[in-house]
Design a binder for this molecule. Structure first.
Ligand code: G16
Length: 556
């Protein structure tokens, strides 16, 4: 194969965000834009370098994926990459890709996804690089990719015929190997090793009236869900919906939350479905929803951690430690305390859990952004979380028949108290106004700190305030400015930060949390319970004044 060196011009703004480079499809379609970023990514590989490396490639199947994969194949060949392992039709859920990187001992992977962002010609595309532990590249690597993009003046490419991605087979061209693999098989195998599928199947047999509904939101998990729920667990086909992956996700947001998974929520309520669940475009997020019982992601990971001993995987490995991202509620901290486990608070971004897992100090972790997972791979894992809940329900029912999501949640609150938590998103705000608001908050907690600490807002008195900074306990790296935290004397908390995953303008995230040990409050409506602190958050941040927004686009 003849390698051609193509002259190009660097693009500005190819800085990977919280999880890869996410932009409008039209941005990726600009001349050499995608080529530059792929070259910059391969150039960031070291020990081993891209030359001779083995890389896993796949994604959520969104619009522009096939074109991008053919480009990756040719540029990988141009850089003398040794082998590409590609999911059939370019499909690999993010957790399945992480598993494949680990299982096949690959040197990394290129994942084509913009997660829960909408797809289609006028929407988003994304490219993310994962390293050899199967997890998202750490900031040292993403910073290097960004530096490379700024000086990308040429890329290397081979002219070769298009590779047929629709058939599992191995292609070998001039010593370069392209293996097209079944996208589902290895992942299903992994889950069957982790969970007690027999116990879950038995539970469904013993409780034929216990209904479940999984919503794939037309993302990548459809084929995985069909295989697991229908073929492995023996549920009827009517237990799953929207399980055909579509390049534009059927025109909606493949985002498993109360706003975008409203059809699932409505059906659970209307049809008295016992267990509802959804996952996102690339299959790493999840939502658990029972009748009158929305499980916040912060509670979900705490419940899984509290019951982890029923899961065969943790019976084998033990529970090494727990963790959450900073804005996530402290519900999991209380579980860690009771079990005498270490608990870590990291910045937003799954990549921050990887070092702790690799060092054997972390087993279960989660984020408020609908991410839950464990050290079985190095990505969050939507289907894993859903099966974890089913495994827990099956085990709890052996001792307490009739326990569903709501009962398990209530029992959790009775043991640990309840951390009321909500997040308000203000999407596509003008970047300048969002930055001004952040500057105002930074001023409050820095220059005006002496006036701010001790100040009262209604029933809340400020105890501490800072801009979250994290020192990785394993490699000592320091990550600064990860979100403004305002903690009140009663333990309630406000966090404000800008999202790192949007593709357009700025998204402001406002997180509020209040802890209660008053049993009469456990059944309260979250928004009502949090109203006073939300009002204070809006007052302190002057959000409406800066942005002109009088209500959020999404509340979770
Ligand atoms: C990504 C990251 C998560 C992060 C989330 C939200 O998820 O992997 O760790 O919590 O973005 O980030 P932000 O608040 O900066 O938008 P995903 O599912 O979008 O890849």
């Amino acid at each position: 194969m003849q390698v051609r060196c193509i002259t190009t011009t660097p693009y500005e703004g190819q800085k990977p965000g919280t999880s890869g480079l996410r932009k409008r499809v039209k941005v990726f379609q600009q001349e050499n834009y995608t080529q530059n970023f792929i070259q910059a990514t391969l150039d960031a590989m070291s020990s081993p370098s891209a030359k001779e490396a083995t890389l896993v490639v796949g994604g959520d199947g969104r619009y522009f994926s096939t074109e991008a994969i053919q480009l990756i194949i040719r540029i990988a060949a141009g850089n003398r990459v040794g082998k590409l392992i590609i999911g059939k039709n370019g499909i690999l859920s993010t957790p399945a890709a992480s598993n494949l990187i680990r299982k096949r001992k690959a040197d990394g992977g290129i994942l084509l996804t913009a997660s829960h962002n909408p797809g289609g010609p006028d929407n988003d595309f994304g490219i993310k690089f994962n390293v050899s532990n199967g997890g998202p590249a750490p900031e040292s690597v993403t910073n290097l990719i960004y530096e490379n993009t700024k000086k990308c003046n040429e890329y290397y490419i081979c002219d070769m015929p298009e590779i047929d991605l629709s058939k599992t087979r191995v292609h070998t061209i001039d010593g370069f190997t392209i293996e097209i693999v079944n996208s589902v098989e290895d992942y299903v195998q992994l889950l069957k090793e982790i969970f007690d599928f027999e116990q879950i199947t038995q539970f469904f047999k013993n409780n034929p009236n216990f209904t479940i509904l999984f919503d794939g939101l037309h993302g990548v998990t459809g084929p995985y869900a069909e295989r697991i729920f229908v073929e492995e667990l023996g549920l009827s086909r009517s237990s799953i919906q929207n399980c055909t992956p579509l390049p534009d996700f059927g025109g909606s947001h493949p985002d498993p939350n109360l706003t975008y998974a409203h059809n699932l929520v409505e059906r659970v309520e209307r049809e008295n479905i016992n267990f509802g669940a959804a996952s996102d475009g690339d299959g790493d997020r999840n939502m658990i929803y029972g009748k009158n019982a929305f499980v916040t992601p912060s509670d979900s990971v705490a419940v899984i951690a509290a019951h982890a001993e029923v899961i065969p995987y943790f019976q084998k490995t033990g529970i090494k430690g727990l963790a959450r991202s900073m804005p996530t509620s402290a519900a999991i901290d209380l579980v860690a305390k009771k079990k005498g486990l270490e608990v870590f608070e990291v910045p937003t971004g799954w990549k921050f859990f990887g070092n702790l897992m690799d060092a054997g100090r972390l087993s279960i972790c989660g984020e408020e952004s609908f991410g839950t997972g464990s050290d079985h791979i190095r990505e969050k894992d939507g289907i894993w979380a859903i099966i974890a809940w089913l495994n827990i329900i099956a085990a709890v029912n052996e001792k307490k028949p009739g326990s569903g999501i709501k009962e398990i949640l209530l029992e959790h609150y009775q043991t640990y108290g309840r951390n009321f938590f909500s997040r308000y998103d203000y999407e596509e705000v003008e970047s300048e106004s969002a930055n001004k608001m952040v500057a105002h908050l930074r001023h409050l907690i820095n220059a005006s700190k002496n006036d701010f600490i001790g100040k009262s807002f209604g029933q809340f008195t400020v105890k501490e305030a800072d801009d979250f900074e994290y020192k990785d306990p394993i490699d000592g790296s320091i990550t600064k400015n990860q979100g403004i935290r305002i903690i009140f004397t009663d333990g309630s908390r406000i966090v404000i930060r800008l999202s790192g995953t949007g593709s357009h303008g700025a998204t402001i995230r406002l997180y509020v949390e209040k802890y209660s040990q008053n049993a009469s409050e456990y059944g309260a409506d979250t928004q009502e319970a949090l109203k006073p602190i939300i009002d204070v958050a809006l007052q302190i941040s002057k959000l409406q004044e800066f942005t002109g927004r009088d209500k959020p686009t999404v509340i979770t």
